[in-house]
Ligand binder design. Structure first.
Ligand SMILES: CC(C)(COP(=O)(O)OP(=O)(O)OC[C@H]1O[C@@H](n2cnc3c(N)ncnc32)[C@H](O)[C@@H]1OP(=O)(O)O)[C@@H](O)C(=O)NCCC(=O)NCCSC(=O)C[C@H](O)C(=O)O
Ligand SMILES: [Mg+2]
Length: 284
């Protein structure tokens, strides 16, 4: 089982933006994603790759996970990006538009066995193959899925309302497929930088769906994502009550207990332990 990690806030930035990368070393986000794909113009792809590698070599990101989003395998730069990212100190390499089981095998071949892999799930083909992709992700050591809601909405040609109604079945099914294989899950980005309330609502929706955190495009989104995806005090207190109840010697052989008038089973104990661990990480 992988250790529990806080991945409440994962901030993208173009790998060409040295000011943003400098800033990311100080921001309270859990994950920093240096982008070589959509945020970088075609004539800057090589410059971006060099700049990302230099940032990884320079370090200074502290506890934040440093992730490189490469170009897609079928783009002109994708294979070179993957080869360059091999064994370079990134905590993970994020591959966009992973759609078929074969894509994961191709990524692993280029990356080698040691470099952790994450996948963007954002095409209609991917969403048509979710259980197979989850099984193949697990076999390929792919530890996290990042949902690309912009690409998905574009391919679906759906019209998005504030509640993302058209995406709900897809998002929910992605959570189920990923959880079945122990894969972490990050929700898509919120494009309107001026709409703080809408952003918070969408974070809350992601949390309710089961996501571990949200991908972000601007530093101003970090604090809200951290707050929403951290366990609330009441939740932590209740979790501690469950842990304490099962720890009593007289309950050592009990599968089910009554705590504060509510039934709790050992499955609740597992979730309570996860919430307490997450709260500790969030406090750090
Ligand atoms: C959206 C932006 C282009 C806006 O940039 P800008 O107008 O420069 O913002 P501000 O003037 O408000 O910036 C204020 C300061 O904050 C720094 N900054 C801005 N953005 C970031 C960032 N992402 N990370 C770190 N720091 C950032 C600025 O440098 C300013 O600093 P200072 O000089 O000290 O004041 C811009 O925010 C941006 O480029 N965002 C990221 C875009 C991106 O990476 N997009 C790709 C990922 S999203 C995606 O691909 C979706 C997915 O694939 C899907 O399909 O859904
Ligand atoms: Mg995308």
């Amino acid at each position: 089982m992988d250790p529990i990690r806080a991945r409440r806030s994962a901030l993208y930035m173009p790998a060409t933006n040295s000011r943003a990368i400098e800033k990311a070393r100080e921001l309270p986000c859990d994950v920093v994603i240096l982008d070589l794909e959509d945020a970088v113009a075609p004539d800057m792809k090589e410059v971006a790759r060099e700049s990302a590698l230099a940032a990884a070599r320079a370090g200074g990101f502290g506890r934040r996970e440093l992730v490189l989003r490469v170009n897609g395998l079928d783009e002109p730069w994708g294979k070179d990006d993957l080869a360059a990212a091999r064994d370079t100190g990134f905590d993970a390499v994020l591959v966009p538009k992973v759609s078929q089981v074969e894509d994961l095998r191709r990524c692993r071949d280029k990356l080698g066995a040691a470099t952790p892999l994450w996948a963007m799930i954002e095409t209609c083909t991917a969403f048509s193959n979710l259980p197979d992709l989850a099984a193949a992700s697990s076999a390929a050591g792919c530890k996290a899925w990042v949902i690309g809601t912009n690409d998905l909405a574009k391919e679906m040609r759906c019209r998005l309302d504030a509640a993302r109604t058209a995406l709900m079945p897809a998002l929910s099914f992605a959570v189920i497929a990923a959880r079945a294989r122990g894969i972490a899950l990050l929700d898509g980005v919120f494009n309107d930088l001026e709409d703080g309330d809408g952003f918070e609502q969408q974070c809350r929706q992601g949390l309710a769906l089961g996501f571990d955190g949200k991908t972000l495009i601007h530093p101003r989104q970090v604090a809200t994502a951290n707050r929403v995806f951290s366990p609330e005090l009441d939740e932590v207190r209740w979790s501690q009550q469950i842990v304490d109840a099962f720890a009593l010697p007289e309950n050592a052989s009990s599968g089910v207990l009554k705590v504060d008038g509510r039934m709790v089973e050992r499955l609740h104990l597992e979730e309570a332990q996860r919430i307490i661990a997450l709260a500790q990480l969030a406090a750090e």
